[in-house]
Design a protein around this ligand. Structure first.
Ligand SMILES: Nc1ncnc2c1ncn2[C@@H]1O[C@H](COP(=O)(O)OP(=O)(O)OP(=O)(O)O)[C@@H](O)[C@H]1O
Ligand SMILES: [Mg+2]
Length: 573
């Protein structure tokens, strides 16, 4: 069989299993108490089953010579309840462990750099936090099964020693060998089918979530048929992968049943041989022998299916580990940021292979308004991401005063910046919740009202109230209203540096001029970078930088640039 890749993504495959387990539990408090209690209870229950089977059967049928039936029943009931309740504590510990890993995964994902996150499939990241975290408890479940089966076999050892096993041994030996072969094949298969299933589910989830976000557009452009057709293809692919998985499970279950049958058959045959040879004398002894060996076979079957469970667990933990292995941003390390000019010196940045910012030199003077202009796709928003250190420059330096940005802690750097982008990044909740998102301190009623007024939100707030629920991603507000909420939020955040990346592009011309005028007046003295395509906005700037194809085409005081640059001239007209 050709060696199959576990995942499409080869970087996931490179993760070593040992490392993946270590990274899975790193920084997670394992609830050992509950887990060990669950393990001990499970082992004790198996020990009781192995050593007390005869007593239990006598107690159940009221034939125990030392115990009266009432007492025997009560005792059995108490043991049963104790095993159940104590094992629930063990199960709870495993759920706790999964929850802790899930929390760690979410915190980890938020620490990965924006650029690295962008490259991942969101549906696949989602499953790391939701389903894959379940694998955290699996190694403990596997250990519990192994320990329980071993305890059970040890418990039966005394009983087995009394018997002549010569007739039985070879038959069981052959059956166990067969079982192992099936287990090995099953492990190889499970990697392929379960990975294919997971990737098809992820593709479909990603498609659904993208399309559900654009249902209005789909309907308006009569794209339902195309959307349904595309979904049908993905649903079929998912069905195919799930069918293969089901076939695999069927084959696996069938081989397990055949093996079980073979083991039980062997037990039965051995019982007959022993009975004939006189090693077993009566029917009670034969029945006992048969039931013990049936239990052993059941135990062995548990071990036989283990490699499959282990294989799936390794797969799940490797994917979690892949996310864990992604570089985390170090927010703390570095010096404090101090208000200063920010300068790009020979900065270049590549998306994949495309040089988007090309050896750019530009300075954003502290306390001044700099307009960054240029045609669509010239790299303005990319400059914002470099400026707020969401992306790292491929080469060149970003300086705060005379210090390289890399010397300054990310935390202190980002605490000084507010970015308002064209996509307002609002969340479910009220208007007020969204405006106060990111506020450093207690916000007074006056400050809130002033921000609302400057952002041009007064009418909306007096009509709908601050507690108006704005829907998922602010979907119950108009595009212009969403941007105004984002502007109010930036005002409340009150940072020294304000970046407005087409922050008023959705506002009508008159409102845009009003809002931008009031806003820039309010933030006077702060360092502002404003990206816009209209002269109404750009005319407030002290300095202008014109970007074209990632290169700085012109930079300098507004008056100088407006008259001397072809892009600016076209904007004026
Ligand atoms: N995540 C990305 N991956 C790959 N390429 C990207 C990515 N984001 C942007 N680009 C490309 O980089 C170039 C610059 O994009 P950017 O968003 O910085 O332009 P912009 O000047 O802000 O344009 P606009 O005026 O349209 O907002 C474009 O050619 C764009 O296609
Ligand atoms: Mg842009």
């Amino acid at each position: 069989m050709k060696k199959q890749s576990l995942f499409n993504d080869s970087s996931v495959n490179e993760i070593k299993t040992k490392n993946s387990l270590r990274s899975l539990y790193k920084g997670v408090k394992i609830p050992w108490g509950g887990i060990l209690l669950g393990l001990i209870v499970s082992m004790l229950a198996m020990l009781l089953l192995a050593t007390q089977a005869e007593n239990v059967s006598l107690m159940q049928t009221g034939q125990h010579k030392d115990l009266n039936p009432f007492f025997a029943y009560t005792l059995l009931y108490i043991i049963d309840c104790a095993v159940f309740y104590l094992s629930v504590i063990g199960d709870k510990a495993l759920v706790t462990l999964n929850t802790r890993v899930r929390k760690k995964m979410w915190a980890k994902i938020l620490k990965i750099s924006a650029r690295d996150l962008e490259k991942e499939n969101p549906a696949s990241l989602l499953s790391r936090i939701t389903t894959d975290s379940e694998y955290a408890s699996m190694p403990f479940t596997i250990l519990t099964t192994v320990f329980s089966v071993v305890t059970f076999l040890l418990g039966l050892a005394g009983e087995l020693k009394k018997m002549d096993l010569s007739a039985y041994g070879p038959i069981v030996g052959i059956a166990v060998l067969l079982a192992l072969i099936v287990a090995i094949i099953s492990v190889r298969m499970v990697f392929v089918v379960s990975t294919a299933k997971q990737s098809k589910i992820a593709n479909l989830t990603k498609y659904y979530s993208e399309q559900l976000g654009s249902t209005k557009f789909i309907k308006a452009s009569r794209g339902e048929e195309r959307t349904v057709d595309k979904a049908l293809g993905l649903i079929e692919e998912r069905y195919g992968a799930e069918r293969n998985y089901a076939v695999y499970q069927l084959v696996n279950a069938l081989s397990a049943s055949i093996l079980q049958l073979a083991l039980f058959g062997a037990t039965f045959a051995a019982a007959i041989v022993l009975l004939k040879s006189g090693a077993l004398r009566d029917l009670t002894g034969t029945a006992r022998f048969y039931s013990n060996f049936s239990l052993i076979c059941g135990g062995l079957m548990n071990i036989v299916v283990l490699p499959q469970v282990i294989a799936e667990t390794i797969g799940g933990t490797k994917k979690i580990s892949y996310v864990n292995s992604m570089e985390s941003e170090n927010l703390e390390e570095g010096e404090e940021f101090a208000k200063s000019d920010i300068a790009f010196k020979g900065v270049s940045f590549l998306y994949d292979d495309k040089r988007t910012i090309d050896n750019a030199d530009m300075t954003f003077e502290a306390g001044k308004i700099t307009a960054l202009v240029g045609p669509n796709g010239s790299g303005k928003s990319t400059v914002v991401k470099l400026f707020s250190r969401l992306y790292k420059a491929e080469s060149g330096d970003i300086l705060a005063g005379d210090r390289p940005a890399s010397d300054i802690s990310l935390k202190s750097w980002r605490e000084n910046f507010s970015v308002v982008s064209q996509n307002a990044s609002l969340f479910s909740g009220t208007v007020k919740d969204n405006i106060l998102y990111g506020a450093k301190t207690e916000v007074s009623e006056d400050e809130l009202l002033q921000a609302i007024e400057v952002a041009g939100l007064s009418e909306l707030v007096s009509e709908k109230g601050l507690d108006y629920e704005i829907g998922v991603k602010g979907g119950k507000l108009s595009g212009g209203e969403q941007q105004r909420v984002a502007i109010a939020r930036a005002l409340i955040a009150d940072k020294d540096y304000l970046i407005l990346d087409e922050a008023t592009a959705n506002l009508d011309t008159k409102t845009e001029a009003e809002v931008i005028g009031k806003l820039l007046e309010t933030v006077k003295g702060k360092t502002v970078i404003v990206i816009a395509h209209t002269m109404d906005v750009v005319e407030h700037a002290d300095n202008i930088i014109v970007l074209r194809d990632g290169k700085v085409e012109a930079a300098g005081p507004r008056e100088q640039i407006v008259s001397g640059n072809s892009f600016m001239k076209a904007m004026e007209d």
